[in-house]
Every structure is written in C-alpha cells, then in structure tokens.
Ligand binder design. Sequence first.
Ligand code: ZN
Ligand code: ZN
Length: 253
Amino acid sequence: MGKLRILGSGTSTGVPEVGCTCPVCVSADPRDNRLRASSLIDTGDALILIDCGPDFREQMIHLPFRQIDGVLITHEHYDHVGGLDDLRPFCRFGEVNVFAENTTAYGLRTRMPYCFLEHKYPGVPAIELNEVEVNHSFFINHTEILPLRVMHGRLPILGYRIGRMAYITDMLTMPDESFDQLHGLDLLVMNALRIESHMTHQTLEQALEAARRIGARETYFIHMSHHMGLHATVEKLLPENVHFAYDGEEITF
Ligand SMILES: [Zn+2]
Ligand SMILES: [Zn+2]
C-alpha cells in the first residue's frame, strides 16, 4: 500500500495568481490555493518526488525531514523544475537521484550548469542526473517505475506509472500505447487545466474523457488554473470516483 501527498495542484502561475481578484483567487477555502504541481509518493520502499517546482521549499518545510530516494521529472518547464536548487538540504542524506529523459536532462544541465561542473562551487546541490527512456522501466530501491509518453501539445514529455498508480501532468494527448500501459490502476493523478480549450493542456472535458478511458479506481485532477472555478462548486460536477485534488491532500493506493 502506498501513500501519495499532493504537494501542489496548480498550474504554472499558481492560484491565487499574482494581481488577480477573481472569486477563486480571493477565496477563503484553502482548497482554492494551489501551489505549482508536484507530488510526493511513499511506496513503503521508497520516497519519490514527482517534479520539483518553484514552490518546493514551501511544500516541504512542514513535512518530516526524510531522505528522498528519487526525483522523477516530467519535463523541463519552470513550474516543474524551478525548485531543484532547493534540494540542497536533502543532500545531507547523500546525492539526490534525479530521473529525466535525455532532452530534459540536457535542459537541466543548461539551466543549472553549476551543479554539473567537474569542480563544483561548495554548497551546490549534489544531484545525480539519471537519463531514462520512455517505455523502459527502472527501479528506485525495489520500486519499479515505468516512464510513458505523454504529449504536452507538440512537446513529448513523460508520465510515470508506479505499480497501481500513475502520474500524468501537462498532457494534451497521449498515444494509444500509453493508454494500454495504464490498465488496472487504483489511482490516476492527471492534469485538467480549465473548462475552455487550451493549446497544450487538457480541458476538464478532455480530462474526464481520458479518465473514463483509463478507468482507474480513483482519479484526481491536478494542474488547475483559477479558470476552473471554485473547488466546492466544480467538485460537484464530477463523477463519484473523480476528484479535484487539493494541496496537502493525502491519498492511499
Ligand atoms: Zn506545467
Ligand atoms: Zn484569479
């Protein structure tokens, strides 16, 4: 049995959006406060972080301080990697293993070259960057991870299946092969941006259709923008086994 904690359920801007006074951004309901998308998964065997956005420090500061066994990166956009430098405290346990596809790994080396120099400045995060390949599973401790293809508009990125759960973010479409790899899930965490269409992200309707096709026992939506509406209102529109995730929510699977 595993446990997943939603560290952030918001889109790239976070919610509230700076300068916005819409009903969602001024809502007093904590479920309408959405940090940048990330989750922490405890499989019982390994503690795995998925994405490490600019809110990482704030997301971790009140949690028990434990070794992170691996960080899975979906793609190199800022809202998913902007907090990697804040892995520094976790390097007290040793090098932190970060897993990414080769194009993303290249992006990270370019974005934070100081982490990958031969002679590093003292105090930089000790990151071991591991390149993974789509459809080739690998292990963190004894936990098997399957990277699968997801299309973020025209940009190929990764989703991850870990046992009977899967995490998919920033998806617009997915090849049939990826759908085939998602049979028999207890838990699906997947993006749904807003009601209206978008060039690189699923709408609520598209996300509901993908969720229905995948047919996980429970589905939780993430990466929502303020345009999705108030949590308390829109949650009622969802089927019984589909939910809008909120920050700090803990889900067992
Ligand atoms: Zn994103
Ligand atoms: Zn707003």
